[in-house]
Write a protein that binds this ligand. Sequence first.
Ligand code: NAD
Ligand code: G6P
Ligand code: MN
Length: 441
Amino acid sequence: MKKFNITIAGGGSTFTPGIILMLLDHLEDFPIGTIKLYDNDKERQQTIADACEILLNERAPGVKLQASTDPKTAFENVDFVMAHIRVGKYAMREQDEKIPLKHGVVGQETCGPGGLSYGMRSITGVLEIVDYMEKYSPQAWMLNYSNPAAIVAEATRKLRPNSRILNICDMPIGIEELMATNIGLKSRKEMVVKYYGLNHFGWWTDIRDKSGKDLMPSIIQHVEKFGYSTDTGSDMEQEASWNDTFKKARDVQALDKHTLPNTYLKYYFFPDYVVEHSNKDYTRANEVMAGREKFVFGECQNIIDKGTAEGTELTIDEHASYIVDLARAIAFNTKERMLMIVENKGAISNFEPTAMVEIPCLVGSEGQEPLSVGEIPRFQKSLMEQQVGVEKLTVEAYEEQSYQKLWQALTLSRTVPSASVAKNILDDLIEANKDYWPELK
Ligand code: NAD
Ligand code: G6P
Ligand code: MN
């Protein structure tokens, strides 16, 4: 069988060891020749690379690992680029969360002003990686996790229309795992789902088991009582802030009793609640730095110090399984049904054709084939129209370096109460992002 070469862009990411472990777990059905790590922060990436090299030598000595900050070395001769970069790193995530909160507005990585701010930084970094891939490995596919995926996907649709980039999110599969646990299934893979929306802004409309049995009633019954919360203590749930989000899904679901919502809708339906329950001096970025980042880099340093990965607590997660499933679907033309962020083009028949929507697709060697959704109800359609306007205006603002359009985008967001608050937040964000955003005129 052919051995695939893979570049992980954002090699210094906290998710890199999980992806490598997942790739190792699949060597029999997805053989790997070389894994290349690429990052623009040499030192950060080196710690991950050194630890992963020890791990690979022990568990899969046939697989080569190469870490580089040189685009040619990193992108030459590869089949897949798995991208998860965070332009500005956690220091800028902290700003994205704290600046809006200072103005009494939701401070979140991908939703509301924080998402716009992150988007204006990410577009440059993601386009750069697409361009490196096209220059050095034009046949490769880029599988993109880099956030904010909604804005990144719109930017690549518009600015790199012919590139082989597929945009994905792990939130729906994370929630589907919780749903499966809650109704006594072993895995989300026992469910076939219908889902539509925008990224971090969508709804399940139908969930069945493989025999066609409707699972919606039992899942809804659980959500009406407990949200998506389980009592099993999954990794995510062990963190208080995620647990709150899963519980809050109960209130989010109450808005439409026939569907099941993405947890991110809480930021749009209950922004007042979210602000009240936020600590403006200690946000999710602080939690992640003290939690996941410290843990992953600590474990990597342990491996390096001991010279062995034996006994390491680094583990595979759902995030990694999805991107590896996607690579396999393309490599072996499996036509697996997966949720992808794609151009609508009529799949949702009563919605803007050029909107980037998150819907089920069949994935094979030619990429993604969106499945038809049909008409969606007025409530969801109206919410999505407003949010797609926010995302498109942000990309236009980036492209045209337009202050006016970014102000409009912020004003249009459901999370922002007025144009004057939008302007105050925008002026602070411009100052904080001066090393990253295009200059606005
Ligand atoms: P992280 O900060 O640990 O890792 C990101 C890495 O990207 C850093 O090492 C950084 O140096 C590097 N980087 C930044 N700009 C770069 C550039 N221009 N070129 C190359 N490398 C660059 O962050 P993390 O928490 O591990 O998350 C990584 C990314 O994955 C984020 O964008 C996050 O939002 C995203 N993510 C997405 C999903 C999803 O559902 N789509 C799920 C989880 C994480
Ligand atoms: C989910 C979302 C991602 C997001 C992540 C944030 O997985 O789908 O888009 O990046 O949560 O998690 P964190 O632990 O960094 O707050
Ligand atoms: Mn996501």
